[in-house]
Design a protein around this ligand. Structure first.
Ligand code: NAP
Length: 255
């Protein structure tokens, strides 16, 4: 579908983990430009609040409570979106969790939960939207990974899930390219969200000190990068990881 036609009929944007933090900021960013927003989260109350705050923004909002690690629920989600809007233009795989620990203390359950939400969840969503995007001959998928995919002590389960998601991004970029579907990743550094606010204060302060910029990033920094990769300006960009991390992927400060 030509870009002009796509703009004309208002893009359908699906965002997982939209209930709070980075996902909610991505939703607000897309809402600024109208269109149809599908807000997906396990947390029904967060979705309700976000949808309420977007009332009057001029965009159509469809909140759907879904656990992205469930194939059945993801299938129902995509069915519902296609039935209502007849298209999917952008999928942002943002839902993610942490269960940090040193390797000896990572339980099998914590390993499975993190891999199931962060990696399998994105796989299920990509797989479920693919027939629609293929038929349209257009689509943008943006996966939220993490700077931590490069390696991080005490996060073996999380880094493995995000490293896996980078590989999934690159493989799907190749597989989908001939259908004009772009697949890219955004790798946030330390961003101020409920996820990082839940960290022990001392560890959080240490991480901020190690930041080249000496401060945390904002959710809006990530939303801006996602908006770019989902735009027509990124038409010839696929299979890439855009680090939005205040330089942390170049090295850590150890002053
Ligand atoms: P957050 O504040 O914890 O928000 C994540 C949202 O995803 C929550 O609303 C959460 O609901 C929801 N969620 C959890 N499991 C889900 C599931 N199975 N299905 C659907 N939704 C689910 O996290 P955030 O900091 O905004 O992070 C968003 C993404 O950015 C994650 O992928 C994270 O790994 C990545 N990231 C974050 C940072 C950072 O510094 N914050 C850095 C690098 C990468 P509940 O709250 O009810 O669990």
């Amino acid at each position: 579908m030509a870009a002009a036609d796509q703009e004309a009929r208002q893009r359908v944007v699906v965002i997982t983990g939209a209930g709070q933090g980075i996902g909610a900021a991505i939703a607000r960013r897309f809402a600024d430009h109208g269109g149809r927003l599908v807000l997906v989260d396990v947390n029904q109350e967060h979705l309700r609040q976000l949808a309420g705050s977007l009332e009057g923004s001029g965009c159509e909002v469809l909140p759907i409570t879904t656990d992205v690690s469930s194939k059945e629920q993801v299938g129902q989600l995509v069915e519902q979106v296609v039935e209502k809007f007849g298209a999917i233009d952008v999928l942002v795989n943002n839902a993610g969790i942490i269960r940090d620990n040193l390797i000896s203390n990572i339980s099998e359950q914590d390993w499975d939960q993190v891999l199931n939400v962060n990696l399998k969840g994105a796989f299920l969503c990509c797989q479920a939207v693919f027939p629609t995007l293929k038929k349209q001959r257009s689509g943008k998928i943006v996966n939220i990974v993490s700077r931590a995919w490069l390696g991080s002590i005490g996060q073996a389960n999380y880094t493995a899930s995000k490293g896996g998601l980078v590989s999934l991004t690159r493989s799907l970029a190749l597989e989908f390219a001939r259908f004009q579907i772009n697949v890219n990743a955004v790798a946030p550094g330390l961003i101020d969200t409920p996820m990082t606010q839940g960290m022990p204060a001392e560890g959080r302060e240490r991480l901020i000190r190690m930041q080249p910029t000496g401060k945390m990033g904002k959710v809006e920094d990530i939303a801006a990068a996602v908006a770019f990769l989902a735009s027509d300006d990124a038409e010839f960009i696929t299979g890439q990881v855009l680090h939005v991390d205040g330089g942390k992927s170049c090295g850590l400060l150890s002053l």
